[in-house]
Design a binder for this molecule. Sequence first.
Ligand SMILES: [Ca+2]
Ligand SMILES: [Ca+2]
Length: 132
Amino acid sequence: MLELIIAMFIFSVGILSMALLQARAIKGNHQANNMTLAVTVMSDHIERLMNEDYASSELSPGSHTSSDTMPAGIQSCTWEVSDWGGDATDNDGDGITDETDEQGIKEIIITVNYRTQGLPKVMSATFTKINQ
Ligand SMILES: [Ca+2]
Ligand SMILES: [Ca+2]
């Protein structure tokens, strides 16, 4: 009788562990899915912005918000454009502000806000657009 009780105990611990593992796997899949969506939205926008004309209104200095309909879980996609040639900053660190080297370069910081497991998450990337 004692052997049976011990066996049942070990079996139930095993079953419980499996259930917990399954719950974690589902949670992990959900997080990965939302992260993949965020990366997809971001890379799509980066690609689009890279193909825009240098003088496009989408690349004018300042803040921009995507007007696209975002997939479920993704809250927003925004980007901040700064024109190195006219931002009164020494972007390349050579001690001279807005010199010839800094002309024709725009820095874009793109941010995707999304939620996973009810928590707000932020994904961000920086890239440059050269006027050519
Ligand atoms: Ca500058
Ligand atoms: Ca400089």
